[in-house]
Structures are given as structure tokens and as C-alpha cells.
Design a protein around this ligand. Structure first.
Ligand SMILES: Cc1cc2nc3c(=O)[nH]c(=O)nc-3n(C[C@H](O)[C@H](O)[C@H](O)COP(=O)(O)O)c2cc1C
Length: 226
């Protein structure tokens, strides 16, 4: 089953009995990929979506993984960082972060204070990207502890990793004298840090019995849906 955001985890973003029941009802799909699940508070951008950044969320997800395993169905957790597809009201009135300070060209998004227009995000500093990588690593560790059979890194649909991968949402500060060609962009430190997300999370995942893959953008223009 493809990942489908359901937004049933409440303000604390705690996976609950309703979610375990929902996934167990769909066990006959054969393989379940969960709804996108935020790896950190910084990654939040959707009302009531679940998280995998604290111990209570690990315990909450164990209900779902146990229900699926009781039916013999593997389940993979989709790891999510919304980046600029978010709003300051999710982040104590500070801007959401992105690859560059470029506002999402969309009408509005649902936030804790109702429908709001998109805002200009703050570009992550290169040094901060390492902390995001660590958040992915910790999320993969927690997914393992919660009983998941694997993780999928959400790197599509206009979210943080996709924001780094698309030339119109990422205008890197390349070293002086370099032209901003695709190949130069690829050589920039920040983008390389993001590559490490996939590598690190895969390494973490495969250290146990868990698998990992990433969902990349296939459409020409990134959207923000799902
Ligand atoms: C309500 C809804 C929620 C979605 N949530 C997610 C999500 O959390 N993560 C994700 O990668 N894709 C999400 N998607 C995209 C779906 O996984 C899927 O790629 C899309 O519906 C196209 O599938 P189809 O070609 O079988 O229709 C969502 C789609 C819908 C309609």
C-alpha cells in the first residue's frame, strides 16, 4: 500500500489505536508503507501527522507494527521532513527551513492557527544540515525499535530533500569562481550532506534486519501533496 497521509495522530503526533486498526485492516495489501512521519520537530509541516522523534512515538508505533506482524504483513515507515512546506506557527513563530530562502508558490496550507499563506523559509546553513542528517539517523534507529521492517526516505513531492534536489528550490552558495551548472551544484557541500542522509539512514537501517529505500520525485514539477 502506498504511503497515505491520514493526520490522525493528534497534537502530540502519537501513533494510536485507531491508526493500528486502520493499518491492520489493510494487511492484505501485502506490504504497507506508512503515511509520511516526521523525523523531528523541525520537520513538522502538517497538522496531526505522526512523528518518530521521541520514545512515546516509538511505543505508539509498536501497536501498529505488532498488529501487522500478527497478520504476517511487513510494514515500512516513511521518514519525512517538510522543509519549506510548513509554517512558522508549527515552529514557535520562527520560519520553516529549506535548501534556499525561496517561498513555495502555493495558495495556503493548513496550520495549527487555520489556513495560512506560505511564508519565505530560512535557508539551512551547511553546518546545520549535519544535524538534519543525525535526525534521519535517529529516526531510523527509532523505527527499528518500533518494530518496522524498513524505512522509506521521503525524497519527493517538494519536501526538504526534494527541495535540495530541484534547481528551482536550491540556489547554493557555490565556491567563488564556479558557475552554477548542474555539475557545480552537485559539488556543493550542502547537497553532498543531503546525500549522506540516504547513506547514513540506509547504513543504520541495514545494521539490523531492516531495509531502506528512498522515494524520489518522478514528476517534472514538484508539488506539496502527500
Ligand atoms: C490523501 C493522500 C495522501 C498521501 N500521502 C502521501 C504520503 O504521506 N507520502 C507519500 O509519499 N505520498 C503520499 N501520497 C501519494 C500516494 O502515495 C501516491 O503516490 C499517489 O496517490 C499516486 O498513486 P496512484 O498512481 O496509485 O494513484 C498521498 C496521496 C493521497 C491521495
Amino acid at each position: 500500500m502506498a504511503p497515505l497521509t491520514r493526520a490522525r495522530a493528534g497534537r502530540e503526533r502519537l501513533p494510536n489505536d485507531l491508526m493500528a486498526e486502520y493499518y491492520a485492516q489493510r494487511a492484505s495489501a501485502g506490504l504497507i508503507i506508512t503515511e509520511a512521519t516526521v523525523i523531528s520537530e523541525q520537520g513538522i509541516g502538517w497538522v496531526d501527522s505522526p512523528g518518530i522523534y521521541n520514545d512515546a512515538q516509538v511505543t505508539g508505533w509498536q501497536k501498529t507494527t505488532a498488529a501487522l506482524h500478527a497478520k504476517g504483513t511487513p510494514i515500512v515507515l516513511q521518514l519525512w521532513h517538510c522543509g519549506r512546506a510548513s509554517h512558522s506557527s508549527f515552529h514557535s513563530s520562527t520560519p520553516a527551513v529549506s535548501a534556499s530562502a525561496i517561498k513555495l508558490n502555493g495558495d495556503y496550507l493548513h496550520t495549527p492557527i487555520g489556513k495560512q499563506p506560505y511564508e519565505t523559509p530560512r535557508a539551512l546553513e551547511t553546518a546545520e544540515v549535519a544535524a538534519v542528517v543525525q535526525d534521519y539517523r535517529r529516526a531510523a534507529e527509532r523505527a527499528k525499535a518500533a518494530g518496522f521492517d524498513g524505512v522509506e526516505i521521503h525524497a519527493a513531492n517538494g519536501y526538504l530533500i526534494d527541495q535540495f534536489l530541484q534547481s528551482r528550490t536550491y540556489l547554493p552558495n557555490c565556491p567563488a569562481g564556479f558557475r552554477k551548472t548542474r555539475s557545480t551544484v552537485s559539488s556543493c557541500a550542502t547537497k553532498n550532506c543531503l546525500r549522506v542522509v540516504t547513506w547514513f539512514t540506509r547504513r543504520e537501517a541495514t545494521a539490523g534486519t531492516m531495509g531502506a529505500r528512498s522515494r524520489r520525485q518522478t514528476a517534472k514539477h514538484p508539488s506539496t501533496s502527500g
